[in-house]
Ligand binder design. Structure first.
Ligand SMILES: Cc1cc2nc3c(=O)[nH]c(=O)nc-3n(C[C@H](O)[C@H](O)[C@H](O)COP(=O)(O)OP(=O)(O)OC[C@H]3O[C@@H](n4cnc5c(N)ncnc54)[C@H](O)[C@@H]3O)c2cc1C
Length: 293
């Protein structure tokens, strides 16, 4: 068969998964449980890319790889939208992946998709990947509603001896989830109570007011921060410049930016990742390579 007649090869690493079931975790957080044949071998890691086909497309199209090895995207009107989410739970034995979507309104492609998702719908998933929190004795974990799936996972993974604080900004008390941090970690819900997401300094103010430990060296402290761009930037400046944490002792990523869709935020601001983010990632990778050799 000539190369021209061969079926296009789907982009490597992209799985097409099927919605198995949906559940309303809270009024504005919807859990989509995905599965299907292609879930086998899904690895560990915090973040995934979701590829959302245009609404109502009876035959969703996916990116492929051309003969020259380059990605080929479906035409504009059939092209899936790409967004970033958290692998909240992967159960290898059951072949299930949970992704929790904030329902922030119809103006978001992903939010709209999640609100309407039904068993049998398909979603493209790439990943998982991304950096995670490092080992520490004292943690400051701060994030907004979009970070709650990641924070839920982090809280489950914190060592029993951990001390520190988890701060979560949510719209109102209806969004509180049943998280169980270790006894030395205090969990605080910060309610916006009517204020629009991404317009307050509540989370950054709460981090600034945290009682910081005086009995630990900086290399036993870790700050994990995610949420709206302006809050993440303010908190990163605080933990780095005022609390003196070096780049290996904090992880701060903008999850979204007020007034901007994710494609633009990623393309124009790289989710507020800075040079130190990449340097720290390279150092972590070098240590893993050394440890494995
Ligand atoms: C590593 C990573 C992990 C993430 N994990 C999760 C997760 O597990 N669950 C989750 O819900 N989100 C998560 N997010 C955030 C999510 O990717 C963004 O909220 C994304 O913009 C949602 O896409 P959308 O298509 O719904 O809205 P977009 O089309 O991207 O944006 C449309 C409009 O909605 C606004 N907007 C976007 N998100 C919100 C929001 N939460 N509240 C109010 N307005 C908003 C934008 O500013 C824009 O004006 C994560 C982001 C990153 C980078």
């Amino acid at each position: 068969m000539s190369a021209q007649n061969q079926a296009p090869v789907r982009m490597p690493g992209l799985r097409v998964l099927t919605v198995l079931r949906t559940a309303q975790v809270t009024p504005r957080m919807r859990r989509i449980t995905l599965g299907g044949d292609e879930i086998a071998g899904f690895g560990t890691g915090p973040n995934i890319k979701v590829l959302i086909p245009p609404p109502g497309d009876p035959d969703p199209q996916w990116p492929t790889v051309g003969p020259d090895g380059r990605k080929v995207w479906p035409p504009e009107d059939r092209r899936p939208a790409i967004r970033t989410y958290t692998a909240r739970r992967y159960d290898e034995a059951a072949g299930e992946l949970d992704v929790d979507f904030v329902l922030h309104g119809d103006h978001g492609v992903a939010s709209r998709w999640a609100a309407q998702a039904r068993p049998g719908d398909v979603l493209g998933i790439a990943g998982p990947g991304g950096r995670v929190h490092a080992d520490a004795d004292w943690y400051a974990v701060a994030g907004d509603h979009t970070a709650l799936p990641a924070i839920g996972k982090i809280v489950e993974e914190l060592p029993e001896h951990a001390r520190g604080h988890v701060l979560v900004e949510i719209p109102d008390a209806g969004e509180i989830q049943d998280l169980k941090p270790p006894p030395g970690v205090e969990l605080r819900w910060i309610m916006r109570d009517g204020a629009e997401a991404g317009t307050t300094t509540l989370l950054a103010d709460a981090v600034r007011e945290l009682p910081w430990p005086t009995d630990l060296p900086g290399d036993r402290i870790f700050a994990w921060v995610a949420g709206e761009s302006s809050a993440v930037r303010a908190i990163r400046t605080h933990v780095r410049d005022e609390r003196g944490l070096n780049r290996r002792r904090y992880l701060a990523i903008g999850y979204w930016k007020h007034g901007m869709n994710e494609t633009s935020y990623h393309d124009e601001h790289d989710n507020d990742r800075d040079e130190d983010y990449y340097k720290a990632g390279q150092e972590e990778q070098a240590e893993r390579t050394t440890a494995a050799s």
